[in-house]
Design a protein around this ligand. Sequence first.
Ligand code: AMP
Ligand code: MG
Length: 318
Amino acid sequence: MRHIKWSIVLVVFALVAGLGLKKLRTGNEVSKEKFLFDTFCNVTAYGKDAGIATDDVFERLEEIHGLTNVFSEDSEVFRINSAKAGEVVEVSDELAEILTVAQSVEVASGGAFDVSIAPVVMLWQFDGEGRVPDDTEIAEALAVSGSGIIMFDKEKKTVVKSHDEAKIDLGGVAKGYAGDEAVRILAEYEVSGAIIDLGGNICCIGKNPNTANGKWRIGVQTPFAATGEYDEENIIEISEGAVVTSGTYQRYFEKDGKTYHHIIDPKTGRPAQRDYSSVTVVVSSSLLGDCLSTACFVVGGEEAEKLAEEFGAEIFIN
Ligand code: AMP
Ligand code: MG
């Protein structure tokens, strides 16, 4: 009899503890930040598995960073960039996925988005102090970039360069792929909602516990204002998907009173001079959004609207 009573007490205790634990878990919020892809990457997840899921996400982000980092001798991008003309370079499934989407946006944008722009980007040294190259240097770099320089075969998953000096730069697309991968991983866990911010590439999944309708409210950064500052009319509300911004204020340097930003117009080999500072793309895939935001910045105006529409995306020009 005594034994039975204790069992009942234990069961009740277990139930209460279980309920308490559940409440704690559903209210569980985990936020982590790391510097990757040359920017601050933040993941905030809610729900029972928020901690383990974010750990897993960051492990994957580091892998993708390792794969796509143009400066790391261990990266796949470095392997492609060091290959000789005519050499057949086999690429991983990840790189093939990135290059497939990049290629489709390159074709649709008439080359405004082009990962083979790397030799030109490198001249400007945006990753360092910044440097203004002369006309000859730009002409030489443009001669080893553009259509036909990097041949990617999506069926065979191979890359062949037509010039030793041809290179790729995934700076305009790697974070996008990483955002999609983060979403894929989070969806495998018991996570009620999550928001991923990879330096201007935002992805959302599930419900936002801090809004009445469960939607995510993303404020588009006011160009050149303090980080995190946005206008009330520039808030985008979404249930899921990606909001990706390309802006002149994200990376630039000043020389002799002039500002030079990091989005290159492949037609000139110089920063795309436009009368706006940023383009924000709202679309389901962040990989596609990343290619499109850079492409739409370069083409601008009605052409940008048409390009976005072609891929089922919405754009905001600021
Ligand atoms: P994002 O911030 O996504 O617009 O990407 C800008 C980055 O993409 C730059 O820092 C360069 O590494 C690279 N980039 C610059 N111009 C282009 C271009 N026209 N096409 C593809 N990548 C580019
Ligand atoms: Mg981009």
